[in-house]
Each structure stands twice: as structure tokens, then as C-alpha cells.
Design a protein around this ligand. Structure first.
Ligand SMILES: C[S@@+](CC[C@H](N)C(=O)[O-])C[C@H]1O[C@@H](n2cnc3c(N)ncnc32)[C@H](O)[C@@H]1O
Length: 227
């Protein structure tokens, strides 16, 4: 079971030294957007977070936030929550938010599972996990974000009919995602033919990681529907 406390987070929290402008955004803009997780067993009040009732979408591991902010700009009536513990990425996301003037994004700067433990059941209308760290070595597979327990929790948090979008460019993560997510009893894989997952949907802009594409493999775009 996923617990709200005591998660082990793998991966970096900080990269190279932040520029003064980035530090300034972390000091001034982040406090206005930052999500504080309430102590258990309380749940986050999403209407209070977004100043009214609206659909809420979650992006886990938003990296530098281009996709998150793009979705926020395209869907001004939706509340977007992004979770990302890598502070350099958070600073870049804040710069996108400020540049585009979007007001419907809130950020959580820690392990997404801590946030997810505080979300109400059936509160999410869409969730994105795009290019999660692949952890290709077998002994590191337990570090992968896509796990049965995380998917069970997502299933609990997502409304019936809500869409879960997953992407990877790692050849060993694709069969893993199929085995764990696509056959999960709470989700229906929205694919009839290979082109349904090989081609990028129009409302799915490339992420920074994808553009760098260090591994050089072709990405896959998986769409699942909460049953
Ligand atoms: C390979 S990067 C991809 C970033 C972004 N989605 C993109 O496509 O550009 C994976 C990201 O997931 C973040 N991450 C890893 N574990 C996480 C967790 N438990 N909760 C939230 N983010 C996480 C990492 O900090 C990293 O930024």
C-alpha cells in the first residue's frame, strides 16, 4: 500500500547552481502556487486550491514544465497540478508560468506519491506520467514510478472515464508499462492498432526530455481510460 509518509525518492533534487532570476522566482512566485499537503487523514481541498470547483489534472514528474504549462494554457478552465522534486525543473516551470501568465497551475515540489496520498478519491479527470525515469537495471525496477501500488492509487484518485497518459522512450519500460498499466483491471488501454500508441496525439506536445531524446529510441504514447 502507498503510505502518505516515508517515501524513498530516487533521483536528483538539485542540479547546477540556479541563476539569480530563477532564485527570485522560487522566492516570490513559488510560495503563491505551492501545495502544502495537510496532515493525515485530512485531504486536500481542491476547490479552495483553485478558487472554485473545476476539473483537476495531475502531471507527475513534469521536468521543466513545458507540457504542464502548455496544457494549462490550452485548458484555462481546468486546474493543473504538477509534482516535481527537481528544483531546477521547478524554477524553469515557474519561468514558463510567468512568461505565459497562466493562473491555473499549482505545484508540489516533492515526491508525487506524498501529494497523491492527500488527494480525495475520484478527484482527477486526467493524469500524465511522461517519460518517467526508466531505471533500466533489473535491481532498480522497484524504483520505477509505474508500479502496481501507484496504479492502484491512481485508479482510486481518477474519476470513471478519466484518462491516464503515459510515455516512454525506453525499450525495457514499454513492456513493463504494458504489463503493469495496460492490463491493470481498473484501466482500459485506448489502442486498437500500433499507430494508436506510436503516433503522438495532437494535444500532446513534446516534453524537454523527449526533445533531447538521449537514448535515441522512438517514444510511445499510451492512453488509458479509467473504467
Ligand atoms: C526523465 S525525467 C522526465 C521529465 C519530463 N516528464 C519530461 O518528459 O521532460 C523524469 C522526471 O520525473 C521526476 N520524478 C522522479 N520520481 C518522481 C516522483 N516520485 N514524483 C514526482 N516526480 C518524480 C524526476 O525528478 C524527473 O524530473
Amino acid at each position: 500500500m502507498i503510505e502518505g509518509r516515508g517515501r524513498t525518492l530516487y533521483g536528483r533534487r538539485r542540479g547546477k547552481k540556479l541563476r539569480a532570476g530563477q532564485e527570485a522566482l522560487l522566492d516570490t512566485l513559488l510560495p503563491k502556487l505551492l501545495i502544502e499537503v495537510p496532515s493525515e487523514p485530512q485531504k486536500l481541498d481542491l476547490a479552495a486550491l483553485f478558487g472554485g470547483t473545476r476539473e483537476v489534472w495531475l502531471e507527475v514528474g513534469f521536468g521543466a514544465g513545458e507540457h504542464l504549462v502548455w496544457q494549462a494554457e490550452q485548458h484555462a478552465d481546468v486546474g493543473l497540478i504538477g509534482a516535481e522534486p527537481f528544483i531546477n525543473g521547478v524554477a524553469k516551470c515557474l519561468a514558463h508560468i510567468e512568461r505565459l501568465g497562466v493562473t491555473n497551475v499549482r505545484l508540489f515540489t516533492d515526491d508525487a506519491r506524498l501529494l497523491m496520498a492527500a488527494l480525495p478519491d475520484r478527484s482527477l479527470s486526467r493524469a500524465f506520467v511522461l517519460f518517467p525515469d526508466p531505471w533500466p537495471k533489473t535491481r532498480h525496477h522497484k524504483r520505477r514510478f509505474v508500479q502496481r501500488a501507484t496504479l492502484d492509487l491512481l485508479a482510486r484518485l481518477m474519476k470513471p472515464g478519466a484518462e491516464l497518459r503515459l510515455a516512454t522512450d525506453d525499450p525495457s519500460y514499454l513492456p513493463w508499462v504494458v504489463e503493469h498499466a495496460c492490463v491493470h483491471p481498473a484501466f482500459e488501454w485506448l489502442a486498437d492498432r500500433p499507430s494508436d500508441w506510436r503516433n503522438r496525439p495532437a494535444d500532446w506536445p513534446p516534453t524537454r526530455y523527449e526533445q533531447k531524446m538521449l537514448a535515441g529510441h522512438k517514444p510511445v504514447f499510451l492512453r488509458l481510460r479509467r473504467r
